[in-house]
Design a protein around this ligand. Sequence first.
Ligand SMILES: NC(=O)c1ccc[n+]([C@@H]2O[C@H](COP(=O)([O-])OP(=O)(O)OC[C@H]3O[C@@H](n4cnc5c(N)ncnc54)[C@H](O)[C@@H]3O)[C@@H](O)[C@H]2O)c1
Ligand SMILES: [Zn+2]
Length: 363
Amino acid sequence: VRAVRVEAAARTYEVRIGADLLAGAGDALAAFARPGPVLVVTDGNVGPLWLPPALTSLRARGFAPETVTLPAGEGTKSISSADLLYRALARMEADRSTPVVALGGGVVSDLAGFVAATWLRGVPWLALPTSLLAMVDASVGGKTGVNLPAGKNLVGAFWPPVAVLADTATLATLPAREFRGGLAEVVKVAITLRPDLLDALAARPARFTSAADSGALDLLVPASVEAKACVVTGDEREAGPRRVLNFGHTAGHAIEAAAGYGAVHHGEAVAVGMVAALRISVRRGLLPSETESRLIALLRALGLPASQAELPAEVSPAAVRAFLSSDKKRRDGRLVLVLLAGIGRPVIVEDGAADEVLAALAG
Ligand SMILES: NC(=O)c1ccc[n+]([C@@H]2O[C@H](COP(=O)([O-])OP(=O)(O)OC[C@H]3O[C@@H](n4cnc5c(N)ncnc54)[C@H](O)[C@@H]3O)[C@@H](O)[C@H]2O)c1
Ligand SMILES: [Zn+2]
């Protein structure tokens, strides 16, 4: 078991990473909460597979879990789901010390974390991430929230969990496309912050394309969590170092939105967005083109798309342009872009243009 400490404004907490950690959920929670009622939130895919070990462990430590299983999918990250959970907490007569447990992917943890942040202005919550994305990305940084019809993540709070148990054994049941989506964020972290991890990925890409190789997971999950923990410490609100995590995301978000949410996986869009960022870096004379080609080859070896033509859905350039010009990280009509001057050397520029991004996406 590996442990990574994350320092957030509200508290310092630990992300533990290893196989079969769900069996320790009760012990982990007992360090922060007294025995009694606990609200467990999961989704319809994860619950049937992974609730049993978590519930057994909670009960063994004297907790009385009340489970709410929501439909799987981004649609569940809504105000109406939050309302449903508040009603469950009210029924349970939950007080300031009643904890919430999130068992699932980023949808479940963002939603359950948000409910924990706002119920009685904040109760403790334990994160049990079961997707690669939730382990390496959503579990670090303290962001919680829900979507509105007007846009994703428009309502939220910074409210870190008391602890995160990333049970890598749960990844065995994660669909392959979801695994690869999470892998795109791992590659992002490796390119911008962890040359050692990038070398490991490049040396034997095939072993990282699924959860079958536990040694591969033991390498990539802790390294990614550590790297993200390092840049978010002291920069929760993205004024400084945390901004490098947007590598590939300016073009990526526009592609994801232009395709219509759900048609292209977030990770697939980010992979293509990273290629655009690499191409812009080469065109601006920051990056040698050999590095660009090497990274594109790595993305493909990992089963990730490296061009718009490789995406599962058609994306119109006009729609991408429209979403680029509504990018929330824009400054005075210019785009803030994360470019690359070498592996582990991200560069943030504030003079990006939509045309430049569109040209890079076109090839
Ligand atoms: N808070 C943050 O900092 C942060 C960071 C990144 C992403 N997010 C959010 O996370 C969400 C995406 O997370 P996600 O990709 O985990 O999506 P998700 O929660 O929808 O999970 C993806 C799919 O995999 C299924 N699944 C998860 N674990 C499984 C398992 N072990 N076995 C079988 N099926 C499993 C889920 O039921 C779902 O169908 C988005 O809403 C995004 O905004 C938040
Ligand atoms: Zn992302």
